[in-house]
Design a protein around this ligand. Structure first.
Ligand code: PEP
Ligand code: MN
Length: 332
């Protein structure tokens, strides 16, 4: 399964040498049968002001060198109109709007009005919160000016939020859906399995952070991979047998697996609280089972079930199972 679009390069441009080496090594290792765009952040909207904020305008010349030396198109992130103007003037081919900026539709509108149709394409990441409507609205704001919009799915707080991406696929069949496994996982060792999942879901491509020496990266060191690692991953992806299961079912399974992850994390959290309660009761010589508390929990959940449209028997059966396990935990 060969991706149609690859947006690859370091999280941030750090030095001229790092940018050019990465680009050259990527160029040398790519099969050349897909559209490869070189990415590098120049203005980094990081969560903490104490971390590396990017080299700024200085890096524009390095991106121009990448264009000249490798023939690759280049992309950078813009968070405000000044940055967009500077990047467009320097001939940056593609601009992308990051997850933090995507949380603010006013800023996205300002950027859309500035960029208009002056870039070859605009990539818009999903907003940091799981808000499909906001992502859809942002895509429409950009599409108003440029037909070449790509939706970059980077997840929220290390959750994949597959359901949100499915909504985008359904709303805009013609918009390429790109997976950013680097930011979704936040860990280099998970990049490949996420790419495989996206390949099965028929994503159009990937945005991947690549650095010649990931551990020395000034930002997102844990999630970056080397150009050689990327090329090995792409080779294995190529050989991945085609899954004959209907794509629609695969989407539902991805969504369900993610809900299960959350469900089991929540159950584990509940068990931990239960153990604390168990110790508290033991210290005071109180019995583990308190029937009035169990009745209260069931009562509360049954009234919730009415509004949530869940069968009362389902609620009773699940509470019984959870309660039995909870009592066992408290007894230990
Ligand atoms: C990035 O791509 O380097 C970046 C900052 O990503 P995000 O906006 O998804 O956090
Ligand atoms: Mn990054």
């Amino acid at each position: 399964m060969t991706p149609r679009i690859l947006i690859i390069g370091p999280c941030a441009a750090e030095t001229r040498e790092q940018v050019l080496t990465t680009a050259q090594r990527l160029k040398d290792r790519l099969a050349g049968n897909c559209q490869a765009i070189f990415r590098a952040g120049l203005w980094k909207p990081r969560s903490s002001p104490d971390t590396f904020q990017g080299v700024g305008n200085e890096g524009l010349a390095w991106l121009q060198e990448v264009q000249r030396e490798t023939g690759m198109k280049v992309a950078t992130e813009v968070s405000n109109t000044e940055q967009a103007e500077a990047a467009l003037k320097a001939g940056v081919n593609y601009l992308w709007i990051g997850a933090r900026t995507a949380a603010n539709p006013i800023q996205v509108q300002l950027l859309a009005d500035t960029i208009r149709d002056r870039a070859e394409g605009v990539m818009i990441k999903n907003p940091v919160s799981e808000d499909a409507e906001l992502w859809i609205g942002n895509i429409r704001r950009i599409m108003h000016y440029t037909p070449n919009v790509m939706a970059v799915h980077r997840g929220c707080n290390h959750l994949s939020c597959w359901g949100m991406a499915k909504r985008i696929r359904e709303a805009f069949a013609e918009v390429p859906l790109i997976l950013d496994p680097s930011h979704m996982a936040g860990r280099a060792d998970k990049v490949e399995s996420l790419m495989q999942a996206a390949a099965r879901l028929e994503y159009d491509g990937y945005m991947i952070e690549v650095h010649p020496h990931p551990t020395e990266a000034l930002s997102d060191a844990k999630q970056q991979i080397t150009p050689e690692e990327l090329s090995a991953i792409l080779e294995r992806l190529e050989k991945l047998p085609k899954d004959t299961t209907e794509t629609e079912l695969l989407w539902y399974r991805a969504m369900m697996d993610e809900v299960d992850d959350r469900l089991w994390d929540t159950l584990a959290e509940r068990m931990q609280i239960s153990r604390k309660i168990g110790r508290w009761k033991k210290e005071r010589g109180l019995p583990v089972v308190q029937p009035e508390r169990k009745a209260e929990i069931i009562e509360k959940r049954l009234s919730w079930a009415k509004t949530a449209g869940v069968q009362p028997d389902t609620v009773r059966n699940i509470i019984e199972a959870i309660h039995t396990e909870s009592v066992r935990e408290q007894g230990n």
